[in-house]
Design a protein around this ligand. Structure first.
Ligand SMILES: [Zn+2]
Length: 372
């Protein structure tokens, strides 16, 4: 089809027109001139500027248009696909009112505070908006975003979840102990991902992935328990939600507000950045506080976690544990891991609580990705 043909005409009977004054149906031809010319039996009966043309609520199989420069009830109905496409090509603001209508209603349904945050976003930029908006996001919306992010993570890692029953049972026991100590409910889920990258991540909505690559570097259960407690800290503080808003940017926010989340490019981008980017020092310290808190509560020391992470990142900032692979998220920053170990060493306590897993359970967990 020729795109630049500005004088294209529909031929007889291409469209139905209501002038908005009477209920009479006009069978019209459309001419795409400088403006849309609507003709009945050769006579020009209306002229619509393209940028004033908007979508009217339509049914499937028919394009219904209205015009801001015409009487409110004036309608144009087009069944012919080719003709509809020709019109759409010329109307840059065709769907503008759709957002103004349903979308705004949704925002109001949320809260005016959320709307105010959009204003903050425009005025002060993303970091501030992410900070202000995150606490306002309903849990149900965060869950939905989390599910979309989860789909992305599974896609990126070929769905390689490690589910060998004995290892899985040990993992579940450990996660449940930590989660309960933290006072988080069962909507928090965790799984071991069969990837040899040493990492652990928390997604919005409370999904945690421990990567086998980090599990294999661990010498004892307290090291892994500390890591999981750290990720639970991110969940409690809603850090990944905030991070996704920040990295996904404006398009993510807008998609979120208008209910289009799972398929959007922004969620894909934002999920990838959850995997790649590290949190700021303050955010990491906040999650480490959760590790200290929970490990103390359980009568265990947070120090092993600090040792594990420094072992993985290396003392000199090299990639001793990474074999040239990207070291991401929790283990991405080596100055941080030295600082972290120093803090965890200060908080070191003699273990008074029972071991979080038996020796057998720990062995099963270590083998969760390899045992048959
Ligand atoms: Zn972290």
């Amino acid at each position: 089809m020729q795109v630049g043909d500005d004088s294209a005409s529909s031929g007889a009977g291409g469209a139905v027109f209501f002038d908005g004054a009477s209920s009479r149906k006009h069978l019209v031809d459309l001419t795409f001139a400088a403006e849309l010319e609507i003709r009945e039996a050769g006579e020009l009966i209306a002229r619509w500027p393209y940028d004033a043309i908007r979508r009217a609520d339509g049914t499937d199989g028919m394009l219904r248009a209205t015009c801001e420069a015409a009487p409110p009830l004036a309608r144009l109905e087009i069944r012919d696909r080719t003709l509809a496409v020709e019109l759409l090509k010329r109307c840059p603001r065709f769907d503008e009112d759709k957002i103004g209508g349903r979308g705004i209603a949704r925002i109001v349904g949320w809260s005016f505070a959320a709307l105010a945050s959009i204003v903050f976003l425009v005025v002060y930029g993303l970091p501030y908006a992410a900070e202000r908006l995150t606490p306002l996001i309903p849990q149900s919306v965060e869950q939905r975003i989390g599910q979309a992010a989860d789909k992305q993570v599974r896609l990126l890692f070929d769905n390689k979840l490690c589910t060998e029953p004995k290892g899985q049972a040990a993992f579940l026991k450990l996660v449940t102990t930590l989660r309960t100590a933290m006072g988080l409910d069962a909507s928090v889920e965790a799984a071991v991902l069969g990837s040899d990258i040493p990492n652990a991540i928390a997604l919005p909505g409370g999904k945690i992935y421990l990567f086998d690559g980090l599990l294999q570097k661990a010498n004892n259960v307290d090291e892994i328990a500390g890591v999981l407690a750290h990720e639970l800290g991110h969940v409690r503080n809603r850090d990944s939600m905030r991070n996704m808003i920040y990295t996904g940017g404006t398009s993510f926010l807008i998609g979120m507000l208008f209910g289009d989340i799972s398929g959007s490019g922004a969620v894909i981008f934002a999920t990838r950045s959850l995997l790649d980017a590290s949190y700021s020092r303050d955010v990491e310290r906040g999650a480490d506080a959760a590790t200290i808190d929970i490990m103390h509560k359980l009568g265990r020391s947070p120090k092993p976690m600090g040792e594990l992470l420094l072992r993985v990142t290396g003392k000199e900032g090299g990639e001793s544990g990474g074999k040239g692979k990207r070291l991401v998220s929790i283990v991405s920053s080596h100055p941080l891991s030295e600082e972290r170990l120093a803090r965890m060493t200060q908080e070191d306590r003699q273990a008074t609580g029972t071991p979080l897993l038996s020796a057998d359970e720990w062995a099963s967990l270590k083998a969760v990705c390899t045992a048959k």
